[in-house]
Ligand binder design. Structure first.
Ligand code: ZN
Length: 108
């Protein structure tokens, strides 16, 4: 890896092949070819996406995601070693954190 190379922000291991927009939202990240090929995205962005869904984050399930995103959701969770309970708990916690930062609870 050269000094000016970027590390993949999904696996944190491989040199990225470029910057691209995440499938989870309008945010760009560095991806390696392995993560792209295996349909993986950032677990942190998945948590943030789940927290912003119009369904209660503590009840979120695969069917709540757009059909074309479900393979990425599954691959991302599998790679991160996370369960649906983890995602529900972490997105609910993030939502509470955002509400507190915002100075008041909005939803959740
Ligand atoms: Zn990667």
């Amino acid at each position: 890896m050269s000094d000016d190379s970027l590390v993949c922000e999904v696996c944190g291991k491989n040199e990225s092949v470029g910057i691209a927009c995440s499938v989870f939202g309008a945010m760009s990240m560095a991806y390696c070819s392995d993560c792209i090929r295996k349909n993986r995205d950032s677990y942190g962005l998945l948590v943030a996406t789940a927290a912003c869904f119009p369904v209660p984050s503590d009840q979120i399930k695969l069917e709540d995601f757009r059909e074309d995103l479900r393979a990425t959701v599954t691959a991302t969770m599998k790679y991160a070693g996370k369960s649906w309970d983890d995602l529900r708990r972490e997105s609910t916690a993030l939502l509470k954190e955002m509400a507190a930062y915002d100075g008041g609870a909005k939803g959740a």
